[in-house]
Design a protein around this ligand. Structure first.
Ligand code: COA
Ligand code: MG
Length: 291
């Protein structure tokens, strides 16, 4: 199963309408910047935000190795078509579509992008944030050019008439469904935001939960959330040491002609080696990107 080794531990929403935040984003240690034209931007600021984001993409050296992804407005809004047209040749690493509910929605957005001259392999990321979208997660994940799913847990909580709770039990079915779809299709997947900026302990717990579930990283809304997300979703020193030992033990067993190894009294099989190698590759990619 293909897995990404590109670090996406933290993905910061940056309102396209906030020039100060756009400038600051190039100095922050987020792996991904989600330059936002949608929910974070008021209707009367939409056009100016679009211009500011296209201008920011034009000076991409200022953003270093950070992955630059633009969240556009939906095609059912007055701005969606114009957003896609403006982004077609702007140099974003991916376009993030809001409220995706079908593979057809992905196809319609791609048709606009390609008609406006975008490369046919421009990656599409999809917000998973409506009941219908979650129920069609696999269809969406398998649509052409889709590379990453992004959980929109605020919209989903609202649509479900659910509550924001500490353990996020109301979200678990949707989170798990989208994880299954993303991994089945070989995509990356990012967890939703934690709205309470003052709640560092709750944020850390949500990161640990997201990591345990299998997410590649967490979407964040404020610079203070980047460090804890990077820590939670990056492999720690003990996990890396264990990964190296697993790879070595298995190689040694194979050299003896055995198909499995025993390390510290535990069975090591090929599947454990693949997961260890994925962690080591992720750590190498994080180190190469400057930590
Ligand atoms: N991206 C980049 N920079 C950000 C930022 C973000 N999301 N949020 C805050 N900053 C910057 C501020 O501009 C400020 O920079 P400065 O030191 O150069 O002045 C610094 O970080 C400290 O910010 P702070 O004063 O603590 O917060 P704020 O009051 O400026 O902003 C929010 C608070 C919530 C309005 C802001 O974090 C935000 O807009 N977040 C994104 C919201 C969003 O995108 N929602 C839609 C998706 S859920
Ligand atoms: Mg939303």
């Amino acid at each position: 199963m293909p897995t990404t080794v590109r670090p996406r531990r933290s993905a910061l929403y940056v309102p396209g309408s906030n020039p100060r935040a756009l400038d600051k984003a190039g100095t922050l240690p987020a792996d991904v910047l989600l330059l936002d034209l949608e929910d974070a931007v008021a209707p009367d600021a939409k056009e100016a935000a679009r211009r500011a984001v296209v201008e920011a993409l034009g000076r991409r050296a200022a953003f270093g190795r950070r992955e630059l992804v633009v969240r556009v407005n939906g095609l059912d809004t007055p701005w969606g078509h114009g957003d896609l047209a403006a982004l077609a040749g702007a140099g974003a690493d991916a376009v993030l579509l809001p409220k995706v509910e079908s593979a057809d929605a992905v196809r319609r957005a791609r048709a606009v992008l390609e008609a406006e001259g975008a490369p046919s392999d421009l990656p599409i990321w999809c917000m998973m944030e409506t009941p219908r979208g979650i129920l069609r997660a696999l269809e969406i994940a398998e649509a052409p050019a889709v590379a990453c799913l992004v959980m929109g847990t605020s919209d989903l909580t609202k649509d479900l008439h659910a509550l924001h709770t500490g353990e996020r039990l109301p979200m678990l079915v949707a989170l798990g469904t989208c994880l299954l779809a993303a991994r089945a299709a070989g995509l990356a997947i990012l967890d939703g935001v934690h709205l309470d900026l003052a709640d560092a302990a709750g944020f850390a717990a949500a990161c640990r939960q997201g990591r345990a579930l299998g997410f590649d990283g967490k979407t964040v809304i404020h610079p203070s959330q980047i460090g804890p997300a990077n820590e939670a979703f990056g492999p720690d020193a003990a996990a890396l040491e264990q990964a190296r030992r697993i790879v070595a033990a298995y190689a040694e067993a194979r050299a003896r002609g055995a198909g499995v190894a025993v390390l510290d009294g535990r069975l090591v099989e090929a599947l454990h080696v693949r997961e260890a190698e994925r962690l080591l590759a992720l750590a190498a990619a994080i180190a190469e990107a400057g930590g």
